[in-house]
Design a protein around this ligand. Structure first.
Ligand SMILES: Nc1ncnc2c1ncn2[C@@H]1O[C@H](COP(=O)(O)OS(=O)(=O)O)[C@@H](OP(=O)(O)O)[C@H]1O
Length: 394
């Protein structure tokens, strides 16, 4: 009875053209309300997107937690010309004196955003984008890692190496073997770019060199991992490190006052990370417990500037690659004061590193510089002896 009544009412509605239109409109309205409802539910679960203040461009990161933020930073497809500054200091070298100088997560983010903005100013070549969307190959754990040293010239080396067709590298610093080890090897592998048979996967994180646990951890991943260390005169390196911190925290004490435990006695504060990182022989000792010397290549940070093709030749040999990167790939940019690439990876345009590389250093009291030279001399000698290479810092 009820059923026949319903059928009758529906028939009555359908038989009139006006009522028919009303029914169609009603259904459309219901569909529209349903779609609106679904969208609101979906959008509330999406990550909030920050809009860059200066550029007005979205930099896409979660804001709820630092961890998610870091992951999205690392997973975001890096531009090949990314120039991200290393700013992490190993916990074991954190002490009362250096604690104030440590860059926190906000600083790291500041660097990242600064470099992303720098990258956005260069319009990418369409061929660069196609290399990112290339779905072929598979993600592999790195077979070679640039492990240090901070402010040695690690970014320049990685950017130059990326020109090689048989090298694929992650742009950002993964910090897996120091900060993110608990995330596991699968997490690390996921960060890597896809590679084809015969291509080498690489990453660079300069803080590994001074991280006590890093050698054992890298060895546990693969005993065959090739390690590259870019070393630079430890005195200049310390000033460069200080300059980086100063650029973010202009009110820190002077370099001179941080250098000494006691200025009158001339006792150097070796607990200050800027000083401690430069004691290369000590850190190298730790690596030699796990890796033979033949598996570690030392690149001169100074020669990387004066003869980039020469140093790149040595690195390509060490990696067992054909010497494809030669002096034809570089030109000296007078304005920047550094060698730059004629064509960056995946781009047809010349490329120099960003403004966080090659900062002007503050003038340091020559007496303090001399005191530091004296301090480092025996450690440098030991380092030359261990590596069989005279880097010419003295
Ligand atoms: N080609 C080229 N262009 C620009 N800069 C160059 C280049 N080659 C080496 N360098 C030197 O690299 C220094 C920064 O070292 P890193 O890249 O290892 O720094 S970081 O640890 O990743 O922050 C950086 O140190 P500062 O000059 O003190 O800024 C540069 O001197």
């Amino acid at each position: 009875m009820e059923y026949s009544l319903l059928c009758h009412s529906l028939y009555a509605l359908w038989s009139s053209p006006v009522k028919k239109k009303l029914v169609v409109l009603g259904i459309m309205f219901l569909v529209w309300v349903y779609m609106l409802y679904s969208c609101v539910g979906h959008c509330s679960t999406m990550p909030s997107v920050l809009v860059g203040k200066e550029t007005g461009t979205a930099v896409g990161r979660r804001t709820e937690s630092g961890g998610a933020d870091l992951v999205s930073r690392l997973l975001a497809k890096p531009q090949p010309w990314e120039d991200v500054e290393s700013d992490y200091e190993e916990p074991s070298v954190r002490t009362a004196a250096s604690r104030d100088l440590l860059n926190n997560e906000a600083d790291r983010l500041e660097d990242w955003e600064e470099e992303m903005r720098a990258g956005e100013q260069r319009a990418p070549d369409p061929s660069a984008l196609s290399s990112f969307s290339n779905g072929s190959g598979s993600k592999k754990l790195p077979q070679a890692i640039i492990i240090g040293v901070k402010k040695g010239g690690t970014r320049a080396l990685l950017e130059f190496l990326r020109v090689h067709p048989d090298i694929r590298a992650v742009g950002a610093e993964p910090h897996f073997f120091d900060r993110n080890y608990d995330n596991g090897l699968e997490w690390y592998r996921e960060l890597m770019p896809k590679t084809l048979e015969g291509q080498i996967t690489m990453e660079k994180t300069p803080s590994y060199f001074v991280t006590r646990e890093a050698p054992a951890r890298i060895s546990a991943m693969s005993r065959d991992t090739k390690l590259i260390v870019v070393v630079r005169d430890p005195v200049t390196r310390a000033i460069s490190d200080y300059t980086q911190t100063l650029s973010k925290k202009p009110d820190i004490p002077s370099f001179e006052s941080l250098t000494f435990k006691n200025r009158t006695t001339g006792l150097i504060d070796t607990s200050w990370s800027a000083i401690q990182i430069g004691i290369y022989a000590k850190h190298l000792d730790n690596w030699l417990q796990y890796f033979p010397m033949e598996q570690i290549l030392f690149v001169s940070g100074e020669r990387l500037i004066s003869d980039p093709a020469g140093e790149l030749g040595r690195v390509q040999d060490f990696l067992g690659l054909k010497r494809i990167i030669t002096d034809k790939h570089f030109y000296f940019n007078q304005t920047k004061g550094f060698p730059c690439l004629k064509k960056a990876e995946g781009s047809s345009k010349p490329h120099c590193l960003g403004k966080t590389k090659g900062r002007t250093h503050p003038n340091i009291d020559p007496e303090v510089v001399q005191r530091l030279r004296d301090f480092y001399r025996p450690f440098n000698m030991k380092f030359y002896q261990m590596t069989g290479h005279h880097f010419g810092w003295d």
